[in-house]
Design a protein around this ligand. Structure first.
Ligand code: ADP
Length: 375
């Protein structure tokens, strides 16, 4: 077990800054996930911790020891990657024990560690199987067992579930959580999948363009995103954004107004602000008793309905002639989610309200959050 500290880590390639002044304090035994869009610098950050890449600037400590210039094998880490590189001509036992045999551990110790690791990842009775006789999930478990037997202080996992099918991925998520509980080891995990990050981590580090945006427990990132990027990235489907400005009465945009007293917040009349509201915090105005403090009614037109089984996503246009652009939510549209038993017609007029206590405001220019939830 060990804590991991990154101080001012920067990694520059010729014309790209892959990691930009990253500062992180990961506690002993913590499960921290790096999440962000493809190319944001997650893997490069991980590679600097692993020692596969030397940072251009900055220092890395593992367990209080400066490891910045140490080779991977001397850092007390084990790695699991997306591509499961098992030796195809070796059975499970030989694959798991390969590193220990290379280091000439005595046979009894090897057997003990392999048995223990196989037990943790539930591979008992499969020691003679060859990789080709196993499913993707089983092979990934062999790779994890191989990492476990090294008794690392820190596990580094880079998209280990990316090549598995959707159902298996969900199953492996719970296995990894169990593994973390059982081993009580620090785990640093890389994924582009915010759902994976939300479900497994003690804390999520949200990264964009090489820069750390926020590091917090999943629900804090969800409920109190530090800026527009985090607000849009965490949560699926993502938060609605409406650009407008602050007036003496609160928020004002072409189709949406939400009352508040500007003096009560860190805003001034005339400020350009972006309102954020999650789909589950938009309600039909009819029978809205469940919302204690609704906004003024927003006139809308229903466009596309997406029944998901447990809920229905309703795409709303705020101007009747607006063109719906599902991939790039703009100020002319809102996505709401309703219970499946609520009757909503396609192509109809509809009145909706926002739950004021769930409204977020951001500075439009900087993207920084101003307030989460209006009084
Ligand atoms: P992620 O893991 O978030 O998808 P990466 O850390 O792999 O992102 O990459 C971050 C950025 O650094 C990208 O723009 C990528 O093209 C660039 N990059 C990564 N590795 C190299 C390299 N060896 N040489 C040049 N550019 C690189």
């Amino acid at each position: 077990m060990a804590n991991v500290t990154l101080e001012h880590i920067t990694k520059r390639y010729e014309d790209v800054t892959a990691v930009d002044d990253m500062n992180l304090d990961i506690e002993d035994g913590e499960f921290v996930t790096f999440v962000g869009p493809s190319g944001c610098g997650k893997s490069t950050t991980m590679e600097t911790i692993a020692g596969l890449t030397l940072p251009t600037e900055g220092t890395i400590e593992i367990g209080g020891r400066d490891v910045t210039d140490l080779p991977p094998k001397d850092r007390g880490i084990s790695m699991v990657f997306q591509n499961i590189a098992l030796f195809p001509h070796m059975d499970v036992y030989d694959n798991i024990s390969f590193g220990l045999r290379l280091r000439e551990y005595d046979q009894e110790e090897i057997d003990r560690r392999v048995e223990e690791a196989a037990d943790i990842v539930q591979l008992e009775g499969m020691m003679d199987r060859m990789p080709e006789e196993m499913s993707g999930g089983q092979r990934q478990r062999v790779a994890i067992a191989r990492a476990i037997v090294r008794n690392p202080d820190v596990f580094l996992m880079d998209e280990p579930l990316a090549n598995l099918d959707a159902k298996l991925r969900v199953h492996m998520r719970t296995e990894l959580q169990r593994l973390h509980k059982e081993l009580d080891t620090t785990i640093i995990y890389v994924t582009h999948d915010q759902a994976e990050a939300m479900t497994m981590s003690d804390r999520i580090a949200v990264i964009d363009s090489g820069q750390l945006q926020q590091i917090d427990p999943p629900l804090v990132c969800y409920n109190e995103p530090t800026n527009l990027f985090v607000a849009g990235f965490i949560g699926s489907p993502s938060m609605n954004f409406v650009e407008g400005e602050v007036t003496a009465d609160g928020f004002d945009a072409e189709h949406v107004t939400v009352d508040f007293d500007p003096d009560a917040y860190d805003v001034s009349v005339g400020d350009e602000v972006t309102l954020g509201i999650r789909p589950e915090d938009v309600y039909l105005a009819d029978g809205v008793e469940s919302v204690e403090d609704p906004s003024a009614v927003v006139d809308a037109w229903t466009d596309v309905l997406e029944p998901m089984g447990n809920e229905v996503f309703v795409y709303l246009k705020l101007a009747q002639d607006a063109e719906l652009r599902i991939d790039e939510r703009d100020s002319d549209q809102l996505l709401m989610s309703v219970d499946p038993d609520v009757e909503v017609e396609e192509d109809g007029e509809i009145d909706v309200v926002l739950d004021r206590s769930r409204v977020h405001l951001f500075e439009t220019g900087s993207g920084d959050a101003i307030v989460h939830g209006l009084d």
